[in-house]
Design a binder for this molecule. Structure first.
Ligand SMILES: Nc1ncnc2c1ncn2[C@@H]1O[C@H](COP(=O)(O)OP(=O)(O)OP(=O)(O)O)[C@@H](O)[C@H]1O
Ligand SMILES: [Mg+2]
Length: 398
């Protein structure tokens, strides 16, 4: 699965702090065509960023009208779960990456064996796309996570606990709080794990990027407000309102993970800060992340540009924040009247940036876009973002 680390956790953390390390991976000359498996909004924003870097993008997605089709240089209509289609993508580009964890990791491993460049690696995707293997990785690295066990198979945790699908979950689909026997009996019959229910004070996330030479940059720690019923992201605020010690701890953990995985690209690490002040890793995402959309307007280098820089052999960009930021998703609504797709706020209000992914059809709960609000003052940015959130929506035409 992954290499056990012979050194102590503190050695690992000190190692992670080193700005430049000997590389164990290739350090290619600039790669100019990037293949992206998956054509959703993350690929769309990656393709926009690529244009500024003079990088071509080729996207593989089954939907000819996928969000990224509007921005990519080339679209291959095909299946990112198919080895043949992934090979077709690899043949048309210098490096293959992905925007979704559902990509066939075994097929990516075959590409690597055939000499194609894949970043992040197939090994990384294999570990992270399975939440149970992710937990074993974190346990091996002695990084604190919620107590867990495989399900079905082991039931040593006491209720209430959290049931999680091992694969394929996102936006809270594949997560359920189990409070009694009825809850566990109604959970889907698929490979899963159980986790202790954490008494969460704050949810936090950090984006970390690592290149082929082992250079690392960490974005500011962000605070994620989740909708506690739907388990879906409600609002992201950057920077997080936590102590320097917490920031340093999260940075160290993120750096240790990317070093241990010999990771290339951008990785998001989601944390829980529990009510005892303890930092616990929730999960990893081996791609640009919803919590990092604010970087487009608020940071010197967006997460999408940074990912491309890392995987194409360009120098990593600066990550400093120009201002505070808050981002919320525009989710499609149901039973609604036809309203313009472009909210009137667009460009009319300074510091408000509306991103419409242009997806059709509008479906209830579907991520149709996001809004980022920036301001010099963190309190102000939250107030403004909440006020705007109450006003805008993307509704389905009747
Ligand atoms: N062990 C836990 N204890 C308490 N709450 C939890 C736990 N695990 C998950 N949650 C809640 O459920 C949310 C979704 O869980 P998780 O991040 O594992 O799933 P996901 O569907 O992959 O998420 P994403 O929205 O990042 O795609 C978390 O952000 C958190 O609010
Ligand atoms: Mg999550």
């Amino acid at each position: 699965m992954f290499k056990p680390n012979p050194s102590s956790p503190s050695d690992q953390i000190d190692g992670a702090r080193t700005a430049k390390r000997e590389s164990t991976t290739r350090n290619p000359a600039k790669l100019t065509t990037v293949g992206v498996a998956g054509g959703g909004q993350l690929a769309q924003m990656m393709a926009s960023a690529a244009r500024h870097l003079d990088i071509r993008t080729v996207v593989l997605d089954p939907d000819p009208d996928c969000a990224a089709a509007q921005n990519a240089d080339e679209l291959i209509v095909g299946d990112f779960g198919s080895a043949d289609d992934l090979l077709g993508l690899a043949k048309r580009c210098d490096v293959v990456t992905f925007e979704i964890e559902l990509v066939d990791a075994q097929a990516l491993a075959l590409l690597e064996a055939g000499g194609y460049c894949v970043a992040p690696s197939a090994k990384v995707l294999t570990t992270i796309q399975d939440k149970l293997l992710q937990k074993y990785l974190l346990a091996d690295l002695k990084i604190a996570t919620a107590e867990f066990c495989e399900y079905p198979g082991q039931t040593r945790l006491e209720m209430p606990y959290v049931w999680k699908a091992r694969r394929g979950g996102y936006d809270g689909r594949g997560v359920a709080v189990i409070r009694d026997q009825d809850d566990i009996e109604s959970a889907p019959d698929i490979p899963a794990l159980l986790e202790d229910l954490v008494d969460i004070d704050k949810e936090l996330a950090i984006l970390v990027a690592r290149d082929y030479c082992g250079n690392i940059v960490c974005y500011p720690l962000t605070e994620i407000n989740m909708d506690s019923h739907a388990h879906v992201l409600d609002m992201v605020v950057a920077p997080a309102d936590v102590s320097h010690d917490i920031v340093a701890e999260c940075e160290n953990i993120a750096q240790m993970i990317v070093n241990q995985l010999d990771y290339v690209g951008i990785l998001a690490v989601e944390f829980f800060l529990d009510r005892n002040g303890k930092i616990i890793v929730n999960e990893l995402s081996p791609r640009p992340h919803n919590s990092g959309h604010y970087t487009i307007e608020a940071c010197a280098t967006s997460q999408f540009e940074q990912h491309l820089r890392a995987i194409t052999g360009l120098p990593l960009g600066p990550v400093g924040m120009k201002c505070a930021a808050a981002t919320f998703n525009l989710l499609g609504e149901f039973h609604s009247v036809d309203v313009p797709r472009d909210p009137e706020l667009h460009a009319a209000t300074s510091g408000v940036f509306v991103h419409d992914y242009g997806k059709t059809p509008v479906r209830r709960g579907r991520k149709m876009g996001h809004v980022t609000v920036i301001d010099e003052d963190r309190t102000q940015v939250i107030l403004r973002a909440n006020a705007i959130k109450a006003k805008v929506s993307i509704k389905a035409a009747t």
